[in-house]
Design a protein around this ligand. Structure first.
Ligand code: G3I
Length: 304
């Protein structure tokens, strides 16, 4: 294939990007996005604060804009994210207990129902594990009880039975890290007890503090062996030149080596679109030119 999406399709996989609604009228941006990618994640527009700015008052215009752009261009959509400790609307941030639990479940139900039948996979719960120690992250949602995650998954399944339901997190790439083990044990437990979970998202924001680990493929394989799909959901890699290009190629090769790794999404189009205000972590430079990392990624997909 001569584009990322075409090359990924040859092995039945997708290649996606995060999209910001306000950039869609930038023709450099939207033409690269349309040419190269066939899976779309809303970078911010489907989050809790965006979709329920005041309680029970849902706002879907920006999320719908991205969904409609994607669908009208023949692309699928990953939903991001139904329940998260961060990016909560103000009214939710100070809630607790049963009131918060019910508000969260109502949010999951309403948003998943709005997008019913149109989402390939939802990040149902995002980033619920602590950065160290292997346990849950403290948050208002966690303080409603350990079962908040499975409750969110059950509500999402009931609202949109056709969407794959994912748990999504970062720093879960290195198999030896406690956080990875914590998430692995949760997924194992969910599968054993029949909690509806279909996929695990590995954000894969690689930088000096959390570099691409040599055991990444092992991690993907071990999760896949639990009977879930694995997806690389927010890939970006700090660095430049051949070193960055090689790491992108390694990530692609690892996904292609794991049958249940169904696709890769990079977290933005050009370096200038990245959430990292400094750095050059993506596949296109600020002018929209293909970087060495683009070529190595395309070549690795074509080797698949
Ligand atoms: O929408 C407001 C706008 O009205 C205001 O004028 C502007 C001024 O700063 O802020 C805008 O909101 C910003 C939003 O991005 C849209 O640009 C927020 O301040 C900013 O915090 C937000 O950052 C996003 C971040 O998630 C929030 O947590 C990044 O774009 C987005 O790339 C990032 O994505 C996350 C994933 O969802 C989860 N995994 C990690 C990843 C990177 O942090």
């Amino acid at each position: 294939g001569s584009t990322l999406q075409a090359a990924a399709s040859e092995s039945g996989r997708y290649f996606g990007t995060a999209i910001a609604a306000f950039k869609l009228n930038d023709s450099t941006y939207s033409s690269i996005a349309n040419r190269e990618f066939n899976m779309i994640t809303a970078e911010n527009e489907m989050k809790m604060d965006a979709t329920e700015p005041s309680q029970n008052n849902f706002s879907y215009s920006s999320g719908d804009q991205i969904l409609n752009w994607a669908r009208s261009n023949g692309k699928r959509v990953r939903g991001h994210a139904l329940a998260w400790h961060s990016q909560q609307p103000g009214w939710m941030q100070n809630m607790s207990g049963t009131q918060l639990r019910n508000a969260m479940l109502n949010h999951v139900t309403q948003v998943a129902t709005h997008y019913k039948g149109k989402i390939y996979a939802w990040d149902v719960v995002n980033e619920a594990y602590a950065d160290s120690g292997g346990g849950r992250r403290d948050s208002n949602l966690q303080r409603t009880g350990d079962d908040w995650i499975e409750a969110a998954f059950r509500a999402a399944r009931a609202a949109d039975p056709g969407a794959k339901l994912c748990y999504n997190d970062y720093n879960t790439d290195n198999w030896t890290w406690a956080k990875t083990q914590g998430v692995y044990n949760m997924v194992k437990d969910f599968k054993a007890r029949g909690v509806p979970i279909d996929c695990v998202g590995f954000q894969s924001h690689f930088n000096s503090g959390s570099p691409y680990p040599s055991n990444y493929r092992t991690t993907l394989q071990n999760f896949a062996a639990l009977g879930v799909e694995v997806q690389i959901t927010e890939l970006d890699i700090e660095g430049s030149g051949q070193q960055q290009a090689q790491t992108y190629a390694n990530v692609v090769a690892d996904c292609l080596a794991v049958k249940a790794c169904t696709g890769i999404t990079v977290w933005g189009v050009r370096d200038s679109d990245s959430w990292r205000s400094s750095g050059t972590p993506l596949l296109f430079d600020g002018s929209g030119n293909k970087k060495a990392a683009y070529t190595s990624t395309l070549d690795a997909l074509n080797r698949g």
